[in-house]
Design a protein around this ligand. Structure first.
Ligand code: NDP
Ligand code: A1CAB
Length: 255
């Protein structure tokens, strides 16, 4: 099985690495030669778009503004195009005569195989091809099939989401420094705090309010912090951030 990746940047380079565990050949198309330096080895091959068209699957991983010129060159491609481009609708890709499309919204968790990958398919993708796409993507994280209409929401929630979690993590580290801890001591504690809290929710499936209640003792330390959080409207700020991202994702789709 041959897979190509077009655009070997932040996301494309991670896809290339992980997909190389599944595919016998990974063909790479990239504008910036320096980004290809670490791929000059088997099973990678640096090619042009015409050669990429001979592969069973192509991952399109360029910025939204660069997509149309590439789609023009991919016109009539008969394999499955796996597009991770934010805001690029399946119907737009079909206009280029590319009829087998898997639209995917991943996130940076793919770097450690803990990504979230939402996927929708065009009508012409056969069930065995869907299985093929799923098997490739499962080397990157959790794969969930969704209706295409939910892509703008998923883009904000789990595509952009890691950046919001990183900002919150950074705020915890700033507080730790203010309280006199070194970055090195605080870092491991805080990263484990986020991982442990997320795993607790994931495994118990309980609502976060239940666990918040279990942590918060009457007249204790936690409630002091919770009151301060509510006074600073932290919750509203987070909701507004996600809604701003959602608006932009809708705008990219021309809505
Ligand atoms: N980063 C993320 O966390 C996520 C990104 N995405 C989506 O993934 C896509 C890629 O994002 P990201 O990896 O961050 O972007 P990057 O800019 O890091 O990577 C895109 C790469 O494609 C190259 N490129 C542009 N045009 C061409 C071309 N014609 N032929 C070959 N290579 C080309 C770019 O070169 P140059 O820099 O010179 O333009 C760049 O190296 C975007 O559409 C984004 O919406 C989706 C979910 C999460
Ligand atoms: O910021 C962006 O537009 C892309 C899409 C989701 C994450 N990064």
């Amino acid at each position: 099985m041959k897979v190509s990746v077009i655009g070997v940047g932040n996301m494309g380079s991670i896809f290339a690495e992980k997909l190389s565990e599944k595919a016998e050949k990974v063909l790479l198309v990239e504008k910036v030669p320096e980004k290809l330096a670490r791929f000059k080895r088997e099973p990678f091959e640096i090619v042009d778009i015409e050669t990429a068209k001979l592969s069973d699957y192509i991952v399109l991983a360029v910025k939204p503004q660069d997509a149309s010129s590439i789609l023009e060159k991919l016109k009539g491609y008969s394999g499955v195009l796996i597009s991770i481009v934010a805001g690029l609708k399946i119907s737009t890709i079909e206009e280029y005569g590319i009829l087998k499309v898997a639209r995917v919204m991943p996130n940076v968790g793919v770097r450690v195989k803990e990504g979230v990958l939402a996927v929708s398919y065009s009508e012409k993708v056969r069930s065995e091809e869907k299985e093929g796409v799923k098997s490739l993507l499962e080397s990157l994280g959790l794969v969930v099939e969704i209706e295409e209409k939910h892509f703008p929401a998923i883009t904000a929630l789990t595509g952009s989401g890691p950046a919001f979690v990183f900002v919150m993590t950074e705020a915890f580290l700033d507080a730790a420094l203010k309280m006199g801890l070194s970055f090195e001591v605080a870092r491991d504690l805080v990263y484990k705090l986020f991982e442990g809290s997320a795993r607790l929710l994931f495994e118990t499936k309980e609502h976060p309010a239940v666990w918040k209640h279990r942590v918060t003792s009457p007249a204790g330390t936690t409630i002091e912090g919770i009151v301060a959080m509510e006074k600073s409207a932290v919750r509203g700020g987070i909701i507004e951030s996600l809604l701003a991202s959602h608006r932009k994702a809708l705008e990219l789709e021309g809505k």
